[in-house]
Design a protein around this ligand. Structure first.
Ligand code: DQA
Length: 144
């Protein structure tokens, strides 16, 4: 069975209460539950983690080497600042899917650039929580 690591960065633990007009009403627990179901339908095992700390995300990405076949990551604000997360993902040999709940290109200029996109196999933005499931569907094709 293929193993997928789902990573969420800073402030995404606040989903449901955080600017729902931008990020939607679902909590992170709701999203993880929906992704766990979808992953099992597709024949994947899914492990979900969230951190507000850049170094913790870097360590989890390093640990995913030789363990996970793919990483789905919403790096939150670290998308726009973190060379460290990009470097960690560049050492990972599996597939990388970058997800943003909102359409970052429709928002403030500082959100238009993501360091992670230089490594991602695909970028999904503006599809809300469904974006994570779209990433899983795409992984079914890529890993299948
Ligand atoms: C986000 C977009 C980022 O700009 C923001 O800092 C987030 C969430 C999104 O999912 O739309 O925390 O990655």
């Amino acid at each position: 069975m293929k193993h997928v690591l789902l990573l969420n960065g800073p402030n995404l633990n606040m989903l449901g209460r955080r600017q729902p007009e931008i990020y939607g009403a679902e909590t992170l627990a709701d999203i993880v539950a929906r992704c766990t179901l979808r992953a099992s339908d597709l024949g994947f095992t899914l492990e979900a983690r969230q951190s507000n700390y850049e170094g913790e995300l870097v360590t989890w990405i390093q640990d995913a080497r030789e363990k996970a076949d793919a990483i789905i990551i919403n790096p939150g604000a670290y998308s726009h600042t973190s060379v460290a997360i990009l470097d960690a993902l560049s050492m990972f040999e599996g597939r990388v899917m970058e997800v943003h709940l909102s359409n970052i290109h429709k928002r403030e200029a500082f959100r238009h650039h993501s360091y992670v996109s230089a490594r991602a196999d695909a970028v999904i933005a503006g599809c809300g929580a469904e974006g994570y499931e779209l990433a899983l569907l795409r992984l079914a094709t890529l890993l299948g």
